[in-house]
Write a protein that binds this ligand. Structure first.
Ligand code: ADP
Ligand code: MG
Ligand code: MG
Length: 252
């Protein structure tokens, strides 16, 4: 589903190279974890996947279902089913969460050439998805993320994700200091999304999240490259021994 080949990317503003020859393959049906020390380029990779203009790809390729996405803008990527959830959710004052969701879903349908959802259809879907995530209807009437607790922000994020029915989900949870409740919300949401035709990339600093979301593959990112890949046991190894051994082995 996703094939990243020898990717090099730099910060557009000052030309600093952050991603330095990164290779990564994620198959449909897979949950892949990306781990790595702070400053390795994990968040940068997720921004590049989303198509943010602050970064320039200078070399290499990102193929999604065999097609390059490098020339697509963020909306076009979203329309193709790529969903990015970020560490710092944006607050949208003045727009009820419900309204935001409706606009987001219809924007995506429009980009896919599908008809707008009718209000009853939309209401039914939101009701089902929010019940599953234990989201109170009252929360949906409040402006998105404004004054939401950490757990509510996570729920809102997972709700957006499940309503948009993405094919490739990227969740950047690094350094966000999720408490145990928020961690479980994310894990339940991701686990509910597991399906043979969907891939999930979970970026995390902490092995703890991977106790709840058991990944199929684990990749260690360091200085803009994947320096080691393995199965879920790699995450346990990292928790026990830290990154030093792997970094040392990769440098040798
Ligand atoms: P990680 O998510 O693995 O902690 P990041 O992708 O956030 O790493 O950052 C990788 C490196 O790139 C860091 O040294 C960071 O300071 C730098 N960096 C990323 N984006 C920018 C930017 N827009 N401006 C300046 N430095 C950046
Ligand atoms: Mg960081
Ligand atoms: Mg980060």
């Amino acid at each position: 589903m996703l094939e990243i080949k020898n990717l090099h990317a730099r910060i557009a503003e000052d030309g600093t190279e952050i991603i330095r020859g990164l290779n990564l393959t994620v198959k449909a049906g897979e949950v892949a974890a990306i781990m790595g020390p702070n400053g390795s380029g994990k968040s940068t990779l997720s921004y590049i996947l989303s198509g943010r203009e602050d970064y320039e790809v200078t070399e290499g390729e990102i193929l999604y279902n065999g097609e390059s996405i490098l020339e697509l803008d963020p909306a076009e990527r979203a329309a193709k089913g790529i969903f990015l959830a970020f560490q710092y959710p944006v607050e949208i004052p003045g727009v009820a969460t419900m309204q935001f969701l409706k606009v987001a879903m219809n924007e995506q349908r429009k980009a896919r050439g599908e008809a707008e959802l009718t209000t009853p259809d939309f209401m039914r879907r939101v009701k089902e998805a929010s019940a599953e995530l234990k989201i109170a209807p009252e929360m949906l009437r409040r402006p998105l993320n404004v004054g939401f607790s950490g757990g509510e922000k996570k729920r809102a994020e997972i709700l957006q994700m499940s309503l948009l029915e993405p094919k490739l989900c990227v969740l950047d949870e690094t350094d966000s200091g999720l408490d145990i409740d928020a961690l479980k919300i994310v894990a339940d949401g991701v686990n509910a999304l597991r399906s043979p035709d969907r891939a999930v990339i979970v970026i995390t600093h902490y092995q703890r999240l991977l106790d709840y979301i058991v990944p199929d593959t684990v990749h260690v990112l360091y200085k803009g490259q994947v320096i080691k890949s393995g199965d879920k046991t790699l995450a346990h190894e990292l928790e026990a021994n830290g990154y030093a051994d792997i970094i040392g082995a990769a440098a040798a």
